[in-house]
Design a protein around this ligand. Structure first.
Ligand code: AHR
Length: 538
């Protein structure tokens, strides 16, 4: 059959499928008996208004806000990044080419490794030298599986070089020693003649690597040693002393901060250790239910759970504000960065998979949640200098899922790819007034936004419509700039639960968007229900 003929046959099928999807959307949204009302039709002009001060930006949105995290957990490293040199899956020195290409396309700026909880039981010397001679260990946090150590320091730093991103290494405080940590930094970064630098040379790497970020422990209030903030702060001060900056490599030292609202932890660590840190971490995971034992399905949910995730995601705003206020008390000049080095959605694992491997699917709901998180980080970029979504491949809110030789991109990947225009751009102040999205007697703002101006003067606005049933008409007033050209991209789908599978990998992917009109400096945009939209203005 010729291409033209195929198209002739396919078109009516696509239309029929479209109708089927529409009915399914109505059923899933629980509106088979009460049809959804599109509020765009009812809204008075001006109800939803965004003012963008295009000439008033001051702060830079660090590209590291768009950072990632990879742990020896489930299939993130093995099967995700690493297949080994002998694999039939195309690879460069053992690292999957398809995965590396996808991450380069979204301009991954920084990658954190080797954990997570794994970091505080990882002994780096087990992961160097000939692979067949490396000792194995038990990955006690993540399923008691055998860790072969095939992927170690050289493989990770080769990965970062292939991706063109910075390395963020997490050191072991929980079960490691000061000497072990000192040796690791010397091994990776010292250019001269020393035992560790020479060992690195024997293992095939002559020149040192540049390691920009080094974390002194991970979640030391929990899996990283169950410490009190006082004892961690004192240990931090001791360990970090030996994290040296060698041979022109200047290390940014990151102290372990709180999980979500653990304000006493950050207060004490800031109080006792601030002089010795360049940054402090924050971890924040969100779910559609209030409990950890039943987190909810990643793909089978109704509007109640959609709403709950949107509401939980918005907690990032007060959380950042409160942590920043505490930091401000101890660091008035804002020298210390807040690194949100683990964040994202956490669902029940996919049925039939190892529960300890934290493998979860990823829907449009995760994408909208990611859009809100990233807007929040952008808006707090005076303090939030890095953020690392958990985790890059096959674990939690992943960018990429793999199944043997197959690879798919998740809706969350597409948000990162769309938002890459904000990397190192100047944050623009915005004022948003919008209607609420109401559900079950509760309400949250229907829209969420951030905007920036890049070095060529182009303005980018990232907008999320949290309402899964109604589009929103938004009037944007652009102050302090003229408009020549507008372009748009949108990520949305027929149903809230839409996701990509190995069989249908492009159910949720960005499309060109042009539902806007410009009059003078007033731009009227109709944002589709449950969407992430990126507008570019020149
Ligand atoms: O990302 C999964 C785990 O969540 C990490 O290992 C740990 O730091 C956090 O509790």
């Amino acid at each position: 059959m010729k291409h033209g003929e195929l198209k002739k046959w396919l078109l009516p099928m696509i239309n029929i499928e479209g109708i089927v999807c529409f009915v399914a959307a109505a059923l899933i949204a629980g509106c088979a008996s009460t049809p959804a009302v599109d509020k765009t039709q009812q809204e008075k002009p001006g109800v939803n208004k965004l003012v963008i001060h295009a000439d008033k930006g001051k702060e830079t949105i660090s590209r590291n806000i768009y950072g990632h995290f990879s742990e020896h957990l489930g299939r993130c490293i093995y099967g995700g990044f690493w297949v080994g040199e002998g694999s039939a899956i195309p690879n460069t020195r053992g690292i999957r080419n398809d995965v590396a290409d996808a991450l380069k396309r979204m301009k991954i700026p920084v990658l954190r490794w080797p954990g997570g909880c794994f970091a505080d039981e990882y002994h780096w010397k087990d992961g160097i030298g000939p692979r067949d001679m490396r000792p194995t260990m038990i990955n006690t946090h993540w399923g008691m599986v055998t860790e072969t150590n095939a992927f170690g320091t050289h493989e990770f730093l080769d990965l970062c070089e292939q991706l063109g991103c910075e390395a963020y290494v997490a050191g072991n405080v929980g079960s490691g020693t000061v000497e072990e940590m000192q040796d690791w930094v010397e091994y990776m970064t010292f250019d001269g003649d020393s035992e560790m630098a020479n060992l690195r040379r024997i293992n095939g790497r002559d020149k040192p690597w540049r390691i920009k970020y080094f974390g002194v422990g991970n979640e030391n209030w929990g899996c990283g040693g169950n410490m009190s903030p006082e004892s961690y702060a004192d240990l931090y001060n001791r360990f970090q002393t030996y994290v040296r900056s060698y041979s022109g490599n200047r290390i940014v030292k990151v102290a372990c901060g709180p999980g979500s609202e653990n304000y006493p932890w950050i207060t004490t660590v800031m109080e006792r250790a601030r002089r010795n840190m360049d940054a402090i971490s924050l971890h924040h995971y969100v779910r559609g239910t209030g409990n950890w034992t039943r987190k909810g399905s990643a793909t089978k949910f109704d509007e109640k759970e959609w709403f709950a995730l949107m509401k939980n995601t918005l907690t990032i705003y007060p959380l950042l504000e409160n942590n920043i206020k505490i930091m401000d008390r101890f660091d008035r000049r804002g020298r210390i960065g807040l690194f949100v080095d683990e964040w994202g959605t956490w669902w029940d694992t996919e049925p039939g998979t190892n529960p300890s491997f934290l493998y979860q699917q990823n829907t449009l709901r995760d994408a909208v949640s990611a859009g809100i998180f990233l807007n929040a980080f952008n808006k707090n970029c005076h303090r939030v200098k890095m953020a690392n979504i958990a985790q890059t491949i096959n674990v939690l809110q992943a960018m990429i899922l793999t199944k043997d030789e197959k690879m798919i991109l998740t809706p969350t990947y597409h948000v990162f790819e769309m938002y890459k225009v904000h990397h190192d751009a100047t944050l623009l102040p915005t004022e948003l007034k919008c209607r609420d999205y109401q559900f079950g007697g509760e309400k949250i703002p229907a829209l969420n936004v951030s905007a920036s101006k890049d070095e060529l003067g182009r303005i980018h606005i990232s907008l999320c419509n949290l309402d899964p049933k109604n589009s929103v008409q938004l009037v944007c007033e652009l102050q302090g700039t003229g408009v020549q050209k507008i372009s748009g991209r949108a990520l949305t789908a027929d149903v809230m639960t839409a996701h990509n599978t190995f069989e249908k990998p492009e159910v949720v992917s960005p499309v060109a968007f042009d539902n806007f009109q410009l009059k003078g400096n007033m731009l009227t945009v109709t944002l589709p229900a449950k969407s992430v939209v990126l507008l570019g203005i020149e």
